[in-house]
Write a protein that binds this ligand. Structure first.
Ligand code: BTN
Length: 233
C-alpha cells in the first residue's frame, strides 16, 4: 500500500537518494518526503530546483517490470493537479505542463533487482523561479495567485498513485489509454531532440512500454524511448 509508511524530513540531499538507501529493507509503497532538497535530481545530468513550498517525494516500488512506472506516476500527478482545477497536460514522456511551462517532473531510478524509486517533484507553493527557469517552469501558486494546502495535495497524490499503480498491474491498457488522452499527442507532427539529433515525424501511438512510435518522412516507424519534444507542429 502506497503511503502506509512515510518518512518526513525538513531537508535531504535528494529524496530519491535517501529512498535508494533504505529500499532493500523497506516495504513496497514506502514514501520519503522532504520540505526541501539541497541536491534535487532532475532527468539525468540535470539538477532540480527544490526549495520549500514544493512537493518533493519518492516512492519505493517493487514491480515485476519497471516498464511504464514513470508514465503511471505522470498520470497520477495529472489527476492530482486536475483535481485542483489546474489546466494541466502531460508532455511525453512524463512531464506535467501548464501551457509550455513545466509544473511537475518524474525521475524513476532502478535500484537493485526489484526496486524502482519513483521520484516526483511538484512545483506547488513556489512564488518565484530563478531567472534561468522563469521561461520553462511554473508553479500552482504562480498560476493561481494563492497558496495550496500542501498536506491535502500530498494526500490526493498518494491516493492517485495507489490507484494508478494498481491499474498498471491489473489493466495496463486502460492506464495507457488515460495517458494518451492526457498527452493528446497521437496523430500530431512533432520534432524531437534525441541526444542532439533532431528527428521529425508523426506520432502513431505509444507502445506497451511507453515508447513513442513516430512515422518518419519515408513511412518507416521509429520507436523512441528517450528524447525531448522540441516542437509540436
Ligand atoms: C525531471 O527532470 O523532470 C525529473 C524531476 C524529478 C524531481 C523529483 S523531486 C523528488 C525526487 N528527488 C529527486 O532528487 N528528484 C525527484
Amino acid at each position: 500500500m502506497i503511503g502506509k509508511k512515510i518518512y518526513k524530513f525538513e531537508k535531504l540531499d535528494s529524496t530519491n537518494d535517501y529512498a535508494s538507501k533504505i529500499a532493500k529493507e523497506s516495504a513496497e509503497g514506502t514514501v520519503v518526503i522532504a520540505d526541501c532538497q539541497s541536491k534535487g535530481k532532475g532527468t539525468p545530468g540535470k539538477t532540480w530546483f527544490s526549495p520549500e513550498g514544493g512537493i518533493w517525494l519518492s516512492v519505493i516500488l517493487k514491480p515485476k517490470s519497471a516498464s511504464c512506472i514513470s508514465l503511471m506516476a505522470s498520470v497520477a500527478v495529472y489527476e492530482t493537479l486536475k483535481s485542483l482545477k489546474l489546466p494541466v497536460r502531460i508532455k511525453w514522456p512524463n512531464d506535467v505542463m501548464i501551457k509550455n511551462k513545466k509544473i511537475s517532473g518524474v525521475l524513476t531510478e532502478a535500484h537493485g533487482k526489484n526496486n524502482a524509486i519513483v521520484g516526483i517533484g511538484i512545483n506547488l507553493n513556489i512564488p518565484e523561479f530563478p531567472n534561468e527557469l522563469k521561461s520553462v517552469a511554473t508553479s500552482a501558486m504562480l498560476e493561481r495567485g494563492k497558496a495550496f494546502n500542501k498536506q491535502k495535495v500530498i494526500n490526493i497524490l498518494i491516493k492517485q498513485l495507489e490507484k494508478k499503480y494498481s491499474l498498471l498491474k491489473k489493466k495496463k491498457e486502460k492506464l495507457l489509454k488515460e495517458w494518451k488522452k492526457y498527452a493528446n499527442i497521437i496523430g500530431k507532427q512533432i520534432k524531437i531532440n534525441i541526444s542532439g539529433e533532431l528527428v521529425e515525424g508523426k506520432v502513431k501511438d505509444i507502445d506497451d512500454n511507453g515508447a513513442l512510435m513516430v512515422e518518419m518522412a519515408g513511412g518507416k516507424v521509429k520507436k523512441i524511448t528517450t528524447g525531448t519534444i522540441s516542437a509540436e507542429l
